[in-house]
Design a protein around this ligand. Structure first.
Ligand SMILES: [Zn+2]
Length: 475
């Protein structure tokens, strides 16, 4: 249910986001903050006649509102030869309609004292604004307008596709760790579209046309494929009234059939080496693991979540303690597992060696840590400590309205329910030492493993400048 530490930065290469990754956890050390974080307030759910869903969560601590429109379409819905089109369309969504000129969307939001942005992930594309509560109608009006009336001009597309290719160069081609993750995903998965990078392969971007973006828009951007999430100082019925007013008149689309896409069984260890300019080697070990499907009855995803916390949930966790502090073989090391998504879930270990150590030595060190969990398990005391911190950080996260909106939307997009958030915490608390040992034994095995080494090559004399808007720009 989360991605942590430096892993978050790496996995961002898989999704293009300006803010924290979905369901990311923040270390919670300040008990007073935890105490003031809201317990899960009641949400209200509505559906418009055209199929659009609306979820509202009041949070009255400040007179502001976060509004997010989620489309259940991401890179997972792209087909070969068209990778990257979901993200390109996200850029084009700021190019205007008949009533709102190119770039004017963000100017109108800013003029109202608000901020707006968007992101594209493997599972979804989302557009969001933070505003004073009285300005919510503006956000909804603008979003409804571009949901139905986007103008996709060939000229604007020609300019924007250059921006996106530059973004790809900067984010991926010039970043050794991003290249490593991209190549690794394309190796771990053979059939499932999670193997494709969200930003798309360069060749596909070079050959993309405005018609491709238009076809994608017409296929997927309808109210019946959208979810509005509003968190803030609002009354649910008022939000529903506004949603009805602005989105209600839009016609639903005939959405394409979504075929189930199940990745075939892995049949043995896979290894790749990626050569790219970098200062230090790097290592990623990826294991195939189950995703959360049935929040009530599944237990393995919760145990894997706790296992990742045992390994790297905090400073004192095993990988940091053993590899970084005691053995001094790694300058950083971590684990990550994200059980929530529309596709397969993966369990990953990451490490960067200290100067003088190589990736093979690190791999052996990581394997010894896994072996230790498999052979000796974890003590009840260690598990209680880890779980207490994990639960605290989950509660702490709710302090942010944006986080709440992202969490609600992310769960719904994955086919789960935001109503399960409290259940997740209960399930995490209930994980036993035996369960942690059992999932390590069952899933952290060589037959489901892909090992990716970064073999560092000499760095160019000059690092290219980031694209306008900085490294985190989204459009
Ligand atoms: Zn972008």
């Amino acid at each position: 249910m989360k991605i942590r530490n430096d892993i978050a930065a790496l996995l961002l290469a898989l999704g293009l986001s300006s803010s924290a990754p979905l369901l990311a956890a923040t270390a919670a050390t300040d008990a007073s903050t935890v105490a003031t974080a809201p317990r899960s307030a009641q949400t209200s759910e509505y559906a418009l006649d055209n199929g659009m869903r609306v979820i509202v969560k009041p949070d009255h601590r400040a007179p502001v509102v976060v509004s997010m429109v989620w489309y259940r379409v991401g890179s997972v819905d792209e087909v070969t030869g068209h990778t990257g089109v979901a993200h390109v369309l996200e850029h084009m969504m700021f190019k205007g309609t008949r009533d709102v000129g190119p770039g004017q969307f963000s100017r109108l939001v800013a003029a109202a004292g608000g901020r707006d942005n968007a992101f594209t992930s493997r599972d979804a594309t989302a557009y969001f604004q933070t505003l004073q509560k009285s300005e919510l109608p503006l956000a909804l009006k603008l979003e409804a307008d571009r949901m139905a009336n986007l103008i996709l001009s060939a000229d604007e597309f020609k300019r924007e596709i250059q921006v996106v290719m530059e973004e790809r160069r900067w984010r991926v081609e010039d970043q050794a760790r991003s290249l490593l993750v991209e190549q690794m995903m394309a190796t771990v998965l053979k059939a499932h579209p999670y193997r494709q990078p969200v930003i798309g392969w360069m060749n596909d971007l070079q050959n993309m046309s405005v018609e491709d973006a238009r076809a994608f828009y017409q296929r997927w951007y309808g109210p019946n494929n959208a979810l509005l999430v509003v968190v803030g100082d609002v009354q649910p019925d008022e939000v529903f009234g506004l949603a009805k007013k602005y989105f209600g008149p839009l016609k639903p689309r005939a959405l394409p059939e979504r075929k189930p896409q199940v990745e075939p069984v892995q049949r043995g260890i896979q290894r790749i080496t990626v050569k790219a300019p970098a200062e230090l080697p790097n290592l990623v070990m990826t294991y195939r693991t189950p995703a959360l499907q049935d929040p009530e009855h599944d237990w393995e995803p919760y145990a894997l979540d706790v296992l990742s916390d045992v390994l790297s949930g905090n400073e004192a966790a095993r990988l940091n303690r053993s590899l970084v502090r005691d053995q001094r073989i790694a300058s950083s090391a971590g684990a990550g597992y994200d059980s929530v998504g529309r596709g397969p879930a993966l369990f990953q270990l990451f490490a960067t060696p200290t100067p003088g150590k190589n990736a093979a030595e690190l791999e052996q060190a990581l394997r010894r840590e896994i072996r230790s969990v498999v052979d000796k398990g974890v003590s009840a005391e260690e598990l209680e400590r880890v779980k207490a911190q994990s639960v605290a950080s989950h509660v702490y996260e709710r302090d942010s309205m944006m986080f709440q909106a992202r969490q609600i939307g992310g769960l719904e997009i994955a086919g789960l329910s935001h109503r399960h958030i409290d259940l997740f915490l209960e399930k995490l608390k209930a994980v036993t030492p035996e369960q942690v040992q059992a999932v390590a034994t069952k899933y952290l095995v060589d037959d489901g493993l892909t090992v990716a080494y970064l073999d560092p090559q000499p760095l160019p004399a000059e690092r290219p400048a980031p694209p306008p808007g900085g490294p985190d720009h989204v459009r």
